[in-house]
Design a protein around this ligand. Structure first.
Ligand SMILES: [Zn+2]
Length: 301
């Protein structure tokens, strides 16, 4: 499946769309649709693989610098489809049989505008170019937010007021390259689209992929299910990651926080790879080799 995209380069939105197109052409069993549009009108493409119930959710690239998560989820979608068709095992598991009683919704790139801003600068931002140049001071090398300067993983309705207060105390009062959660929860089209998908599908588990740290976060408040810790432990063991507790500005407003507090079902943040964001594409192969075990286990656990 190495021909889906060039693994030696960062995956931008165009490369992602081209890979999605190839997958769609190659595997008729895979469904591909858009759950909504980003601020700048880019489609938030989603794959559905498998026909069974209950459905699961894998989502990548909440943050612009974390496009390695998109690369991993696209590659995984390709491998799943390939092994589903051939009947061969993936990480020792018969995915064909798994996917007859499960389905997985994969949203590889929730924040396409942010990824493009980081990779191509404000020329990718159309009418918002000047405004974004002012927010970033012309430097998009550390850009994590969407095209309104909102950090999508601070924009969910879970401890939002507490997080907003913490942001202001840290000097983050308005649109910024990172860590500004917006003026109200779910204000951004990207987070709203993902929340709507969750409300519609009632996923059994939700996994949000970020980078970096090789760690798994599993807890949020008193609605965290009892089995979440054991699941996190098994996931961590599968790929040699560790289990962690969030601190400071990462403690509220995140997708997994919202998912757990609304649905009382297991939700996880998985921080892939280790080093400094953006992790270089030269890390991709080694990161993916480890992560594949977790991605397969996540379908069954
Ligand atoms: Zn992140």
């Amino acid at each position: 499946m190495d021909d889906l995209f060039d693994e030696s380069k960062p995956m931008g939105y165009d490369e992602f769309c081209a890979a999605a197109w190839k997958l769609k052409q190659r595997y008729k069993s895979m469904q591909c649709f858009s759950i909504g549009k980003s601020v700048l009108g880019r489609g938030i493409t989603t794959f559905i693989i498998g026909t069974g119930n209950p459905p699961l959710l894998y989502v990548g690239a909440h943050h612009a610098l974390e496009y390695l998560t998109s690369m991993a989820l696209v590659k995984f979608a390709g491998e799943l489809c390939e092994h589903q068709e051939s009947g061969e095992k993936l990480c020792g598991r018969n995915v064909n049989s798994i996917l007859s009683h499960r389905s997985v919704y994969i949203v590889p790139m929730l924040n396409p505008d942010g990824v493009e801003l980081h990779l191509k600068g404000s020329s990718s931002a159309g009418a918002l170019r000047e405004r974004l140049n002012r927010i970033a001071d012309g430097d998009f090398s550390g850009w994590q937010a969407n095209a309104r300067g909102v950090d999508l993983n601070h924009n969910y309705n879970a401890g939002f007021k507490t997080l907003r207060r913490m942001e202001i105390e840290s000097g983050i009062t308005g649109p910024a390259t990172r860590q500004f959660g917006g003026y109200r929860p779910e204000s951004e089209p990207e987070t709203h689209a993902l929340c709507n998908l969750c409300r519609r599908m009632l996923f059994r588990r939700a996994y949000a992929f970020h980078s970096q740290g090789e760690e798994i976060y599993w807890e949020y408040g008193d609605r965290t299910p009892k089995n979440s810790y054991d699941i996190a432990k098994a996931l961590a063991k599968s790929c040699g990651y560790k289990i962690s507790q969030p601190e400071g500005l990462a403690s509220h407003g995140g997708f997994k926080d919202w998912y757990i507090s609304v649905f009382a079902r297991p939700g996880f943040t998985v921080e892939i790879g280790s080093g400094k964001n953006p992790l270089p594409p030269t890390d991709f192969e080694a990161v993916y080799e480890k992560l594949r075990n977790l991605l397969v286990l996540g379908l069954t656990i």
